[in-house]
Ligand binder design. Sequence first.
Ligand code: 1HN
Length: 345
Amino acid sequence: MLELGRLEDLPEDYRTALAEQNLVPLWPSLRAVLPPRKPALRTRPIRWTYASLRPLLLRTGQLTPIERAERRVLVMANPGHGLEKMQATSTIYLGMQLLLPGEWAPAHKHTPNAARMIVEGNGAYTTVNGEKCSMERGDLILTPTGQWHEHGHSGSQPVIWLDVLDLPLVYYAEASYVIEGQAQRTDSEATEQAYLRGGVVPAPRFIRSAAHHPMLRYPWSEVRQALLGLARAQPEIDAVQLAYVNPENGDDCQKILGFSALMLRPGEHLQLPARSSAMVFHQIEGAADVTVEDSRFRLAGADTCCVPGYAPVGLRNTSADNPAFLFVADDAPFQKKLGVYEVRS
Ligand code: 1HN
């Protein structure tokens, strides 16, 4: 590669004249913005163990009343991006949210898309555009862009969930804002019952708009059963993985981030090829080792890790007797829309 001129090679008066006109020479910065073969990655492999995060989250339940927080969340920030940026990866925000019995997190709607993976507790619910979605461990609940949402809790124990948002990307696009609202009238229980069987959908589907999000809650009991069924039906399959999709058209369930559930069979070692998208792994059940570059993380309980793109990832079920279940989030839908998504073998 040609060695390019540096800024210091230019006379001082010329540099000053450029800056006065808001002009910048490209060549001193060209290699930084277009590095050879692989992007410059800020995202570091990082793990957050639930055992160390949980007591800190419960403590803020005493320190900070919900009225003073609106959403009581500890953000899982990747130091490679700077903690204050609140980014787990370049596009993915992760946070662990606590709601105590009787608390209410008021209604609002915003441009970033949110998804919640429920970690512990029961009796809480989130109402999304009038649809009341109960929160049970392992459920995935969507809050697509622009939809009203609020959280309530009529149970007796703390409820904790993982929030996954495309906030860093929407913020970067200077498109992130919120509108506050009134408590919603609940007009239905979660409508996922209408979409529980793969291959059949409610018949009046052709009148629906493309922006419609027909399914907001993906109950873990159903997804778990579907993973076990897939493993039984196709024992030779490379990866026992199910994508969370729009059941009406099979598209990714959100436009920017993609979500899937992965089952590692007892003792299974799965090698994922290097992909351009960064990924998040969150343990739903069992335990797994995640290996990327020089990092190896043991995930158990509700541990979470993120890994950068452009590197192969190894996943190993540490049990020889029981399956392990992982929730996976990535930004492949966004990268595919941009035309930059790659798999490198
Ligand atoms: C949000 O609206 C929620 O509604 C959680 O529970 C986390 C992080 C950034 C921006 C909006 C929620 C959020 C958020």
